[in-house]
Design a protein around this ligand. Sequence first.
Ligand SMILES: [Fe+2]
Length: 291
Amino acid sequence: MMMLGYIGIAVEDVAETGKFLQEIIGLELGGECGGVQAFHNDAGAPCVYLHEGPENDLTYMGWQVDSAESLEAVRDRVGANGIEIAPASETERAQRGVHEMFRLSDPDGLVNEIYYGPQVQSGRTFRSPRDIDGFVTGDKGLGHLALAVGNAEATSKFYRDVLGFDISDYINVPMGAEQLSIPFLHCNSRHHSLALVAMPHEKNLLHVMMEMRSMADVGKTLDIARRNAVPVSAELGCHSNDRVVSFYLDSPAGFEFEIGHGGVSIGPDWVVRQHDRIYIWGGQKPGEVAS
Ligand SMILES: [Fe+2]
């Protein structure tokens, strides 16, 4: 079992993004260590490490496995695929609060940190600055990421062959004169932890998705975004593949957050399909009228 345990993002304005994460999204600021702010979306280990930097982008993804044996199995698989591994120093492991960890880069140069043994504060409860029921996490990880990549097939092959992900499905949509096929990949029961969009890009992170436990909280988040003049980049809509009802809002650093509810779970009888549209309903861009 693997799950997206944490992400590292580097932004120019840490104060502004930190405020957005707390007041709009509802994450809890857990603390600051070495200038890095750690945010939580449940009672466990941090889900977001916020660094100061010019990137305004994702800088690493932390994939948690269950045990030392699981970590060794991934290490063997990485080695068998001829991929270089960078070991983590004691200081780096301490910074992430993990027992053991190594790093490898995907074909787009994105850093993956594979680890086990996150440090948790026993008895701690999740205290959102907002009045919410919380987020769907646990074995499903913190949510999902949509990444802009050079070659979705090559990157998808990396996550399948090297890290053991499986394809959930594809969404095929026209992009100009071309047909774009977006692979969605899972590594646990969350419908997807990664969506890979092949497109020209300067930054990798398109959006971070977090799933709220209640639909009411999604609606309240939309209200809070509007009240605070946070740009909503896509209206509420239901996605064709994971059936999440969500909307998108712009973070101060440029990339988007998707806030949703009600995603389907992947089970042993899951069948891979290709979908011919992104939404079943909704999802309009600003100014767009429902078709
Ligand atoms: Fe998404």
